[in-house]
Write a protein that binds this ligand. Structure first.
Ligand SMILES: O=C(O)/C=C\C=C/C(=O)O
Ligand SMILES: [Mn+2]
Length: 369
């Protein structure tokens, strides 16, 4: 039986300002859900987002208040082993709130997998991979700094796939920045860009033509998430991969994008669609539609990153790899043993449940009162 559900807000400084077109992240607020059951089994989940309300419609504070007031009371006192039934009950009573639901489902699944003494991946269809390639995002806002940072990541053998955040400068400045980095790093690395919806379709047409000519591998969400027809026109027009991200807020969005051939790649994330089960449905739609997969991040900490890694490990092919680097962007880690990043890969945890141990004293010391 579920005894209690706690939602903790943990503010962790980033190693450097992380500049997206929608927000600059100096401090990341981890939204952690801690589930305690009366059989002594515990589970953790995470609902971290980016830039307050500038990326999505839930903020750390709204997630906490909505879980505490409207969702936790639907779970406490109920049988923790009935995860699907509990989530069905939650989905009947609560509209939207996908990030909050993701944290709750993850915590329930973490606990149930621990109860069964199996890794979480085995509740999600079974793992096919024990490690995932991890891209790094260059987002310092300065071309020279980005190049130096990329070279150090290569030297560390931590990353050789780089995603450049653009969209806050004039398109021609952004394109020049990207091509300068590409020229400097050479063909041994893969360079992609993420515009986070900042361009009009007209700006996207002109800019993507230049990026394609410059050998860039993919363009993530160049235009407004709601403009699916525009994304389809861009996907048909160019050979460079067009990746959907913010457009993917549910498995139904995935179906609509697939029906309209509106993207070459889906960035699958666990929170926007509402959890691991929904994210897995999105990936199934991509696989069946011949759309490539990329394992996305919301700059979660180690809990959400581990949960994402367990899910992504069950995908047949992540042809664009993953970007599960969130813990590496933060100055504090909340695990007793940090996740293992080695030889350009993240090791998918092997233990029961998420396969991690949260340092509860550290979380208690860092979390907001
Ligand atoms: O900020 C990053 O580096 C990675 C992903 C974040 C959001 C997104 O993909 O839009
Ligand atoms: Mn993105």
């Amino acid at each position: 039986m579920i005894s209690r559900v706690e939602t903790l807000l943990v503010d962790v400084p980033a190693i450097r300002p992380h500049r997206l077109s929608v927000a600059t992240v100096n401090v990341q607020t981890l939204v952690l859900v801690h589930l305690v059951c009366d059989d002594g089994v515990e589970g953790w989940g995470e609902a971290t987002t980016i830039g307050g309300l500038s990326y999505g419609e839930e903020s750390p504070e709204s997630i906490k208040v909505n879980i505490d007031r409207w969702m936790a009371p639907l779970l406490v006192g109920h049988d923790a082993s009935q995860v699907a039934r509990l989530m069905a009950r939650l989905n009947r009573a609560v509209r939207g709130n996908h990030f909050a639901k993701c944290a709750l489902e993850t915590a329930l699944m973490d606990a149930q997998a621990r109860r069964l003494n199996i890794p979480l991946s085995e509740l999600l269809g079974g793992r096919l991979h024990d490690e995932l390639s991890v891209a790094w995002t260059l987002a310092s806002g300065d071309t020279e700094k980005d190049i130096t940072e990329a070279q150090s990541m290569l030297a560390l053998r931590r990353h050789r796939i780089f995603k450049l955040k653009i969209g806050s400068r004039r398109p021609e400045e952004d394109v020049a920045h990207v091509l300068a980095v590409q020229r400097e790093l050479g063909d041994s690395v893969s360079i992609r860009v993420d515009v986070n919806q900042a361009w009009s379709e007209y700006e996207a047409e002109r800019s993507i033509a230049l990026l394609e000519a410059g050998g860039i591998e993919a363009v993530e969400q160049p235009i407004d998430a709601a403009n699916r027809a525009g994304l389809a026109r861009l996907a048909q027009r160019f050979t460079i991969a067009i990746m959907a991200d913010e457009a993917l807020k549910s498995p139904l969005d995935a179906l609509d994008l697939a029906r309209g051939a509106a993207a070459d790649v889906f960035s699958v994330k666990i929170s926007p669609p509402g959890g691991l089960t929904a994210a897995r449905r999105m990936a199934d739609i991509a696989v069946l539609s011949g759309i490539a997969l990329y394992g996305g991040t919301m700059l979660e900490g180690s809990v959400g990153t581990a949960a994402s890694a367990h899910l992504f490990s069950t995908f047949p092919k992540l042809s664009f790899g993953s970007e599960l680097f969130g813990p590496l962007l933060l100055t504090e880690d909340i695990l007793r043993e940090p996740l293992v990043y080695r030889d350009f890969m993240l090791q998918v945890p092997q233990g029961a449940g998420l396969g991690i141990a949260v340092d509860e004293e550290k979380v208690a010391a860092l979390c907001r009162r």
